[in-house]
Design a protein around this ligand. Sequence first.
Ligand code: ADP
Ligand code: MG
Length: 590
Amino acid sequence: MNIRVLAADLAAKIAAGEVIERPASVVKELLENSLDASAKQISIEIQGGGIDEIRVTDDGLGIPFDEVDLAFQHHATSKISTEDHLAAISTLGFRGEALPSIASVSRVSLITRCHTSEGGSQSIREWGISEGVRPHGSPVGTSITVSDLFGNLPARKKFLKSPATESGKIQDLIYRYALAYPEIKFQFQVAGRTKLSTSGHGDWLEAIGSVMGSETSNQMLYVYGEGSESGYKIEGFTGTPSLSKANRNNITLLVNRRWIYSRSLTFAVDEAYHGLLPEKRFPICVFNLSVPLSEVDVNSHPTKREIRFHQESKIFSLLQRSIRESLISNSPVPFVSSPGVAGFANRSLASGYGRENHYSKSSYSNGMPKNLEGSFLAKSVNGYQDTRINGSDLLETAKEILPTLQVVGQIKLTYIIAEGQNGLYLVDQHAAHERILFDQITERSASKTPQMQPLLQSCPIDLTPTQLGVIDSHQDILRSYGFEFDKFGEMTVLLRGIPSIVKPLDPVKSFIDLLDVVAFEGLMRKREDAVSASLACHSAVRAGMLLGQEEMISLLEQLHRTPNPHTCPHGRPTLIHFSNYQLEREFGRR
Ligand code: ADP
Ligand code: MG
């Protein structure tokens, strides 16, 4: 066989394939260029999942007229000039490859005006070939329109997913950048419809709120940690355990404010929540790791998404420890240290994170939290030391079958106090109800007798591509539980009915959470159990709900009848038992 040098345009197409995998990779490169150009506002508009068109417009520094052509040449970058800066290449991935790669597989129109120039310019390119640069009116900044992606590479285009899926990937990416850059105003439109708009005020929690909703941002805890000599610093927000999700999609890790994926750091986050979250639940969090440029290597992966750290174990433990410290110091719940019920004591931490313990906006400014002591402020707000219970055998989970219980009352709108033949019982109303519903749901679905209650008003729900995937492949399971829904538009379903066995407080949320559960459990054996558990969790009475005497009596009766009354489907205890003997001893009667 003859060895031949590839024709330049073929070589370019191959190179492009490494950097540009799909529309989201184009958006990522363009976004990063806007960030590098010190933009304060970035707007992203897409059509047809970004395959038809992507436009990224910024108010950054712009490109001088005579450098526009250069920007499209391979290895052309304004960001590194001498070898001294080589570390920056490997760290931030300035390789001067993005624009030429994008241009070789699409039609590009770039309009730009440099902040020092009077007028702007436009450059049009088709499949890598320049049609020249000409003067063109433009505000200071750059606007790049990329159309007909992979139009010259049908084989590659075939590998793209549906526009809806591609659009979802772009949305996910933009959300992560909006989380990373609260001081930048992001605007994201899909086919003319605004999907995200952030204020750019620089308030990190506010940015989290714009992306994930204020209910979430209100329950985020500030996390800060510094490695003593390593030069590493971690800063961010992590959700209280009550915010947990069914998959890891809500863990956002940034390194030097670029979004990355790292298996080991994700694992560090998991570890930090060990014992605080039920099995297969994952936290919501956003962290930025500041790492010296010389410590990372992003070039191990062409799209720069996965990175390598030279001292991975140090970063791992810094991240894990910092999150853990914040979680523990913000927990107002008694940490019961009893050897006999260790696992249980640990788990009891999972509930009870009070809203009052979360950081007020005043503890940080300018986007990034400034006040380092802030992360431990909450300790003094509600020190758990005061409420620590010491008697090592004071608590005991009931081991036998549950006796008949008489209701005494409700405390903290969360626990039912009850009396049984052998002492006092504290029942977690939510956990207990979850257990009852779980057993009913599994029984129903096993006997294939789901009952549906139609919603008074059907609810349209916008779904992520993953959630849509679940609907496509698991319609039968969902229907077997009594959900009724129809596809409606590309990314939307219309929820018409819900299982009648349960009374979801928020049918839409329970349906979406269920899709997330199934997405995660997809390949696992006990998927049905996970579905039942999720349904039960959503339908059960919440902590904080006032229960009438009748309701409490009925709850305890039903709990009494379940085969596993002592734990909820996630494995948390439903009740704590103080035996008569323990009470007498504690009061010095014995
Ligand atoms: P790199 O980002 O690695 O330098 P790119 O191919 O992404 O390579 O961009 C090439 C050059 O084009 C950049 O170094 C920069 O000078 C210029 N450029 C690209 N996008 C922008 C933008 N939005 N604003 C200002 N300059 C830009
Ligand atoms: Mg670039």
